[in-house]
Design a protein around this ligand. Structure first.
Ligand code: NA7
Length: 538
C-alpha cells in the first residue's frame, strides 16, 4: 500500500490535450469513476483536427479505419461521407464522440499548460497554465500529439510581413479568400501538397517555395453512398480483425513478395495495379524490400519519378518536383489530389530554394538570392517540431527536478513509449517510441493500457508507479534495434526528429517504434499481465 503526504490533489487524473487521446482518456477515467480534467489550449476539442483547418486538409487513411472502435453503438451511429474525410467532418466526428460519451463537463478549454512538475513529497503532479493557475492530480496523461508544435522558417524578417500570414496548423476558423490575391507558400510537405491545388483554384498567383520535394502519390478519394456506408458498417468486425493483424494498423497488409522474384514486366504490372488503388497500398502493400533495400528502393523510386514527370508539362518544374536526396517511402508519403497538375496552371510557379535560397521576408513579400517577390498573403506550410517538440514546449520536471528536455537531449528514452524513468505517475499517449501508423488505432490501445494501469494502481492502493532504469534501457535498445535497417531512419525528416528551423534538432534520433503493432501490443499486454513488470510501485 502506498502512503501519501497531507496534501490531496484536486483530481485523480489530469490530461493535457483534448484531441483524440485526451477525449478517450477522459472517457476511460469516467468508466473507472476517477475524477478527471482535460486541459486544452484550443477553444474546443479535436487536436490535430481542430488546429489543421487549412484548405484541402483531410485524412490520407480510410475514414472508417482511422477512428475509434471501442463502442459498437458509436461505430453504428456515425456515418462517414467520404473515403478520406475532410477536416471539418473529422472535427464533427470528435465533437459527436464528446456528446455521446458525455465528456464536455470535464473538458476545459483556453488552457495552455506551460509547466508540469512532480511533487515527490505529496506524490502528485502540479500543472501550471499560461495564466499562472495551478491544477494538481495523482496521475498525469499527456495527449499532446505527435505534430502539435508548429515551426516557422528560421529566415530573417518573418515578423515584418504586413499582409495576412498563416501557419497551416494555425489556420483561421473563418474561410480565407484567395481571390485576386498573390499568395506565397513555403514548404512542400504533406500539408502543402493538400493545400496547393485548392488555393491554386482561386488565387491570382500562387508561388511555391520548395526546399525538399516529396514523393506524393494519388489519394483517389470518393464519396461514400448510403448503401456503401451500410456495407462498411456491417463489415466493421471483420475490418477490425484485419486491422489488428497489420503492422501499421491500417487495413492494407504488407506484401510478403520479394521484388527479386519478379521480372521487370511483373514488377511494372504489380506497380500499375497498386498505383490505381486509392490511398496507401502503393506505399504499404509494395514488395517487402522497398523500405529496407536500397537497390529495391531505387527501382520503385524510378517508377514514381516517371509517374510524376508524366503529369507536369514544364520540364524544369517536373524535374524539380522529383526528390533527389531521398528514395520513395523513406519520408512520410503524402497523398495528393491534382497536386502535380496544379503546376500546369498559368497562375502557379515553383521556386527552387536549393538553387535560390530565401534571404529574407519583407513587409511586402520574399527576397531570394535572385528575385524579389511581392505577395498579398503568405502561408507557412513549414511543419512541426515533431514528436519530442510537443514535450519540449512544456517544462516537465520529474523527481529531483529532473527536466524531461535534459533527459531526452540525446534522443528520447522511454519504457514502452508510454512512460519515462524519473517521471512517476506520468503516462504518454503518442509519446516517442510508440507504434504510430494508424494513429487512432494506436491511441485506442495506448490509452486503454494507461487506463488499465491507473485503474490497477487505484484498486491496489499504489500511489506511485515509475518506469525502472532497466525497463527504459531495454525498451530504448529494442526500439533502436528495430529501426536499424530502415531506410527511413537514414534520412532527415520529422520522423527522425530533424527540424532545420529549431536549434538542437539537426541530429537524427530514433523517434518511433518501427516494429509491428501486434508485437507492440503483445509486449505491453505482457508487462501489464505480469503486474507491471519493470515498474517500481509503492
Ligand atoms: P512536413 O512534412 O515536415 O513539411 C514541412 C515542409 O516545410 C518541408 O517541405 C520543409 O522542407 C519545409 N520547410 C521547413 N522550413 C523551411 C524553411 N525554412 N525554408 C523552406 N522550406 C522549409 O510538415 P507538413 O505540415 O507538411 O506535414 C506534416 C505531417 O502531417 C505529414 O507528414 C503527415 O503525417 C501529416 P525541408 O524538408 O525541411 O527541406
Amino acid at each position: 500500500m502506498g502512503s501519501v503526504g497531507e496534501s490531496q490533489p484536486d483530481y485523480d487524473v489530469l490530461v493535457i490535450g483534448a484531441g483524440l487521446s485526451g477525449c478517450y482518456a477522459c472517457h476511460r477515467m469516467h468508466q473507472i469513476n476517477l475524477k478527471v480534467k482535460v486541459l486544452e489550449a484550443g477553444t474546443s476539442v479535436g487536436g490535430t483536427w481542430y488546429w489543421n483547418r487549412y484548405p484541402g486538409a483531410r485524412f490520407d487513411s480510410e475514414s472508417y479505419t482511422y477512428a475509434f472502435y471501442f463502442s459498437p453503438e458509436i461505430l453504428d451511429e456515425w456515418k462517414w461521407t467520404e473515403h478520406y474525410a475532410p477536416q471539418a467532418e473529422t472535427e464533427r466526428y470528435i465533437r459527436f464522440l464528446c456528446d455521446r460519451l458525455e465528456l464536455w463537463d470535464d473538458l476545459q478549454f483556453n488552457t495552455r499548460i506551460t509547466k508540469a512538475h512532480w511533487i515527490e513529497q505529496d506524490r502528485l503532479w502540479r500543472l501550471t497554465d499560461a495564466s499562472g493557475r495551478t491544477y494538481t492530480s495523482r496521475f498525469l496523461i499527456t495527449g499532446i500529439g505527435v505534430l502539435s508544435n508548429p515551426t516557422l522558417p528560421s529566415v530573417p524578417g518573418v515578423a515584418d510581413f504586413k499582409g495576412p500570414a498563416y501557419h497551416t496548423s494555425r489556420w483561421p476558423k473563418d474561410p480565407v479568400n484567395f481571390e485576386g490575391k498573390r499568395v506565397g507558400i513555403i514548404g512542400t510537405g504533406a500539408t502543402a501538397i493538400q493545400a496547393i491545388p485548392v488555393i491554386a483554384e482561386t488565387a491570382k498567383q500562387l508561388t511555391v517555395f520548395q526546399r525538399t520535394p516529396n514523393w506524393a502519390i494519388p489519394l483517389r478519394n470518393s464519396k461514400i453512398s448510403p448503401d456503401e456506408m451500410e456495407l462498411i458498417r456491417t463489415g466493421y468486425p471483420q475490418m477490425l480483425e484485419k486491422i489488428n493483424l497489420t503492422r501499421m494498423g491500417f487495413m492494407h497488409s504488407a506484401s510478403t513478395d520479394s521484388i527479386w522474384d519478379s521480372t521487370p514486366e511483373m514488377r511494372e504490372a504489380f506497380w500499375e495495379e497498386l498505383w490505381a488503388l486509392p490511398g496507401f497500398p502503393f506505399w504499404l502493400s509494395n514488395y517487402k524490400e522497398i523500405l529496407i533495400d536500397e537497390k529495391a528502393n531505387d527501382l520503385v523510386t524510378e517508377f514514381v519519378a516517371k509517374k510524376i514527370k508524366e503529369r507536369v508539362n514544364d520540364l524544369w518544374t517536373a524535374d524539380k518536383l522529383v526528390p533527389k536526396n531521398h528514395g520513395f517511402g523513406t519520408r512520410r508519403v503524402p497523398m495528393e489530389t491534382f497536386y502535380y497538375e496544379a503546376y500546369n496552371r498559368p497562375n502557379v510557379r515553383l521556386v527552387d530554394l536549393l538553387e535560390t535560397p530565401i534571404e529574407r521576408v519583407n513587409a511586402d513579400g520574399i527576397t531570394t538570392s535572385q528575385e524579389e517577390f511581392k505577395f498579398d498573403m503568405l502561408i507557412y506550410a513549414t511543419g512541426f517540431d515533431a514528436v519530442t517538440g510537443a514535450f519540449d514546449a512544456i517544462d516537465f520536471r520529474g523527481i529531483n527536478n529532473h527536466s524531461l528536455r535534459d533527459e531526452w537531449k540525446d534522443g528520447p528514452r522511454t519504457y514502452l513509449g508510454l512512460t519515462v524513468e524519473h517521471f512517476p505517475n506520468m503516462f504518454m499517449s503518442m509519446g516517442p517510441h510508440q507504434a504510430y501508423g494508424n494513429i487512432p488505432r494506436s491511441i485506442e490501445y495506448a490509452v486503454g493500457w494507461i487506463a488499465q494501469c491507473i485503474g490497477y494502481c487505484h484498486t491496489q492502493g499504489i500511489t506511485r508507479i515509475e518506469a525502472t532504469d532497466q525497463g527504459v534501457q531495454e525498451w530504448t535498445d529494442h526500439v533502436h534495434d528495430l529501426g536499424k535497417n530502415l531506410l527511413s531512419n537514414k534520412v532527415d525528416s520529422w520522423m527522425t526528429g530533424v527540424n532545420k528551423n529549431v536549434a538542437g534538432k539537426q541530429k537524427r534520433i530514433v523517434a518511433r517504434y518501427m516494429g509491428a503493432a501486434p508485437e507492440f501490443r503483445e509486449k505491453c499486454n505482457g508487462v501489464a499481465g505480469g503486474g507491471y513488470e519493470l515498474f517500481s510501485k509503492r
